[in-house]
Design a protein around this ligand. Structure first.
Ligand SMILES: [Cu+2]
Length: 178
């Protein structure tokens, strides 16, 4: 009975929050943030990715410079690139450029938010608060729904294989030890 009501309220929260996530994108000055989501992770996964689209309706360029989240110990902004036939990720030290009057898409196989050292798995239906920090526009906290990875509309194949080489990759760039 207890489980059932917990399940029911979880469903309700999911329905309510997914509706609001769909209904209202986020605005911060001239920036608009849409279609933010985090693909669900398996239990042992140390990292999760985050994707979204940023539209810049102003004339001035801006830049996504950092990401904050309380469900991971460390957050980075990554890009993915083919190196010797293998998808590798690396941190973008200068963040992601958002041209004035243009848009930037963080998507599977390309630039993405990286949540490292997860405190718990990302489960389908959860809503995760993430703060995006922009060079000029300032910061905004958004709620990113955790979705079934196989339901990504713009999925371009299994490019998350690059994530397996992740910890070695980031050792070059970070001072923490594993
Ligand atoms: Cu990454």
């Amino acid at each position: 009975m207890k489980l059932f009501s917990a399940l029911l309220s979880a469903l309700f929260v999911f329905a309510a929050t997914s509706f609001s996530a769909l209904a209202s994108d986020y605005k911060l000055g001239d920036l608009a943030i849409h279609k933010a989501y985090i693909p669900a992770t398996v239990k042992s996964a140390p990292v999760a990715a985050g994707y979204l689209k940023i539209t810049n309706n102003g004339k001035e360029d801006d830049r996504l410079v950092s990401v904050e989240a309380d469900f991971s110990a460390k957050q980075q902004i990554h890009t993915m690139k083919m190196v010797d036939g293998i998808m590798r990720m690396r941190p973008l030290k200068d963040g992601i450029f958002i041209p004035g009057g243009g848009e930037t898409v963080l998507k599977s196989g390309g630039d993405h938010l990286m949540f490292m050292k997860l405190s718990e798995p990302m489960q389908i239906g959860q809503m995760r608060e993430v703060t995006l920090v922009f060079e000029k526009a300032g910061e905004v906290t958004i709620v990113m729904p955790v979705v079934d990875p196989s339901s990504q509309e713009d999925g371009e194949g299994d490019d998350h294989s690059g994530h397996s080489g992740h910890s070695e990759q980031t050792d070059e760039h970070s001072t923490h030890s594993h």
